[in-house]
Design a binder for this molecule. Structure first.
Ligand SMILES: O=P(O)(O)OC[C@H](O)CO
Length: 421
């Protein structure tokens, strides 16, 4: 992960709303994706079906990066080149779409939704409403996730633990040393997700459970006593020896049997199940002492660049409609573990085949909107990851680090956000 380009600017003019009536959709479009959850094969399968259903139409899938950050870098570079360099449809993660909104580089989806007859009421509302700002929708949901708690059932059994995820982090703090002492062969009972891989995302769970947050609306609150308590608990888990910090990917470490549990995206579910030579367990994210939802949503949506002609925007929206249809969201979910987006989708066979998929779907009812300082502040995720690395890997002082982070995030708001909203 990397910080990405700065979006500092002087409050660019709003993107003019396009009237799509009378516009003929282009016959060929280009879609940039980073294939989250190893989704290239299923994406190509859906494209083939689209081309068969719409003879004479072509969709070019371009793997425009391996991560959300790489695809974003390339998209930013393409902005400078104008319409001929730009894709017609682009994958944007939860921490990127708002930047594009601030840069006025994506169009509002509402007129395209109307023009293509997308039934927004049938999308899971938590997953579509995330993209609403200033009264408009700026993306459609696509590879959407929640984090879930993954564990190795054999290790759990060896430690004499009940076959479930811990209900609270306090319970995990009791189970951690028992797992660590049980001779499971794992290096660590619990692996914190790789910090560069969105520590800012999954640690919202820990902060919210203690009554803290990275921010409250636009106010940065990451140095509050509650946040300090939450991050101190993470540091204590590491210093007391039962928790480690993933170097590259906690779910890979779990799949390899190197750790007994981790928190990771539901979009990694199929990859974990394919890798694991043991029974994988999964559950909701553990709660903290403070009541209320403790789980964020995450993952990626689809945006349409402002810099391409209306014909291409319209064709991109028509393809996005197909890509997220009830049938195709089930196909995509089956191949990856990402959430089925549509309430009318028949998830019965999916759940019968892999009951673990139900965890993320059920957990959706317990989600909370992400903190703006993480999702809306350009580069904040990387700053949070750096701070967490200092605290968890270098054992730096929690209060001091979080106070410094507050200064950094507040500067990002003042410079890169405030002038653009
Ligand atoms: O790995 P994903 O696709 O579930 O995304 C996780 C985070 O939301 C990315 O910011």
């Amino acid at each position: 992960a990397c910080g990405g380009p700065s979006t500092g600017g002087g409050g660019p003019a709003a993107v003019p709303e396009v009237d799509y009536s009378g516009v003929q959709p282009a016959k060929e479009i280009t879609w940039w994706t980073n294939n989250p959850g190893s989704s290239e094969t299923v994406s190509r399968q859906i494209i083939d079906a689209y081309q068969r259903a719409n003879p004479g139409t072509k969709v070019n899938l371009v793997t425009a990066g391996a991560t959300y950050e790489e695809i974003a870098q390339r998209f930013q570079t393409a902005q400078a080149g104008g319409g001929s360099q730009l894709p017609d449809l682009v994958v944007l993660s939860d921490v990127w779409w708002f930047r594009y909104y601030m840069q006025r580089s994506i169009v509002p989806m509402d007129p395209l939704i109307a023009a293509t007859g997308i039934d927004t009421a049938d999308y899971r509302q938590q997953l579509i409403e995330d993209y609403r700002y200033d009264g408009k929708l700026w993306a459609l949901p696509w590879a959407r996730s929640t984090p879930i708690f993954y564990y190795n059932k054999a290790h759990w059994q060896k430690a004499g633990l009940p076959d479930r995820a811990p209900a609270t982090w306090a319970e995990m703090a009791e189970w951690g040393p028992r797992l660590q002492a049980a001779g499971t062969g794992a290096q660590k009972a619990y692996q914190l997700p790789a910090l560069a891989d969105y520590a800012g995302w999954s640690f919202q769970n820990n902060l919210w459970g203690e009554g803290g947050a990275w921010s409250d609306e636009w106010d940065v609150t990451c140095d509050s006593p509650e946040a300090v308590r939450a991050v101190s608990a993470l540091q204590n888990a590491v210093t007391s020896g039962w928790a480690g910090v993933a170097a590259t990917d906690g779910t890979t470490d779990l799949g390899a049997g190197a750790v007994s549990a981790t928190v990771g995206s539901t979009g990694s579910l199929v990859t974990v199940l394919d890798a694991a030579r043991f029974d994988v367990g999964a559950g909701f994210l553990p709660a903290g002492p403070v009541a209320g939802p403790v789980c964020p949503t995450g993952g990626a949506g689809l945006g349409i660049p402002a810099g391409v002609p209306p014909e291409r925007q319209l064709a991109a929206a028509a393809f996005a409609k197909f890509l997220t249809s009830p049938e195709n969201t089930v196909l995509f979910s089956q191949a990856t573990g990402y959430l089925p987006l549509r309430t009318s989708a028949d998830t019965g066979p999916l759940l019968a085949e892999t009951p673990l998929r139900k965890i993320a779907i059920d957990q959706l009812d317990r989600t909370r909107t992400q903190d703006r300082a993480r999702a809306f502040f350009p580069g904040a995720d990387q700053e949070i990851a750096r701070t967490c690395a200092n605290i968890l890997n270098q054992r730096a002082d929690v209060q001091g680090e979080l106070t410094t982070l507050k200064g950094t995030l507040t500067r990002i708001f003042d410079t890169d956000v405030k002038p653009n909203i």
